[in-house]
Write a protein that binds this ligand. Structure first.
Ligand code: SF4
Length: 255
């Protein structure tokens, strides 16, 4: 992707300035579903989920695909040193894309036909009640102890932990749907599971992993996910945390 049309001044929260620009351009007016963030959630426990949300890798946009491929070539020694035996092509075209075009279901700013490559991982033996429609595969950046190699690279370079991590990964389990007029940012519930697609024989994703499910002993979503909301706010130029606080204050006043 050429950089010639980019504005001169780019905010650099991540390694993906064009993606950040798309966020500013398209998410500044996005519908933010405040009510959905009132659901309880819990943080994942890597010792029990083993990073199962990474079983199919992640779809990424063109800029993210190109940057990750380049970073892997430049930082080959680092990835080797943390135990990742990466293939030459860490980004591939999704073979199932034609039958299952992700951009139809998720905001186009963060995905395309490109995705991270996969390796084998026996999740179905490791995770209790592993969903039948999830595969025994994992993103090539998933470490044996279920940390993300791209997050580890960011930390090793003294950068924000999500600097190299693709947007859909650090945002998870928050989702951005294309919406009818504007993109929609929300915390999926079972009733609003974005990947419940019976026509594709697919039984859901967000609400099928522990950190995307209701948790009695968890925390209210907007508290638990405040770091994610803060980082998204900084990129987009909104204050999602404040929008929630204002909505709560308004509703208390009108009660
Ligand atoms: S890039 Fe990291 S967080 Fe995203 S799917 Fe791969 S291992 Fe998981």
């Amino acid at each position: 992707m050429s950089n010639t049309n980019l504005p001169e001044k780019l905010t650099n929260f991540t390694a993906y300035p064009q993606t950040e620009q798309a966020c500013r351009d398209e998410l500044s007016q996005a519908n933010f579903d405040i009510d959905s963030f009132q659901q309880n959630r819990q943080r994942c426990s890597l010792s029990s989920c083993h990073g199962m949300c990474c079983h199919y890798g992640v779809h990424v946009n063109q800029e993210t695909a190109e940057t990750i491929q380049k970073v892997v070539e430049e930082e080959a020694e680092f990835f080797k040193s943390i135990g990742l035996d990466l293939p030459k092509e860490v980004i591939i075209d999704d073979e199932e894309y034609e039958d299952f075009p992700v951009e139809k279901f998720e905001w186009k700013g963060m995905s395309s036909v490109k995705k991270t490559a996969l390796k084998e991982k026996p999740f179905s033996r490791l995770v209790n009640d592993y969903p039948k429609h999830f595969k025994d595969t994992a993103c090539v950046f998933l470490l044996d102890d279920s940390r993300c190699g791209l997050q580890e690279l960011s930390k090793a370079k003294g950068l924000h932990p999500w600097y190299y991590k693709p947007l859909p990964c650090w945002l998870f389990p928050i989702f951005i749907a294309p919406g009818e007029k504007q993109p929609e940012i929300f915390l999926p519930s079972p009733e609003a599971e974005p990947w419940y697609l019976p026509e594709y024989d697919y039984d859901g994703f967000f609400t099928k992993v522990p950190c995307g499910q209701y948790s009695e002993c968890g925390q209210i979503g907007y508290i638990l996910l405040q770091e994610e909301l803060k980082f998204l706010s900084a990129i987009v130029g909104r204050n999602f945390g404040q929008e929630i606080q204002d909505a709560i204050a308004n509703s208390a006043e009108s009660d």
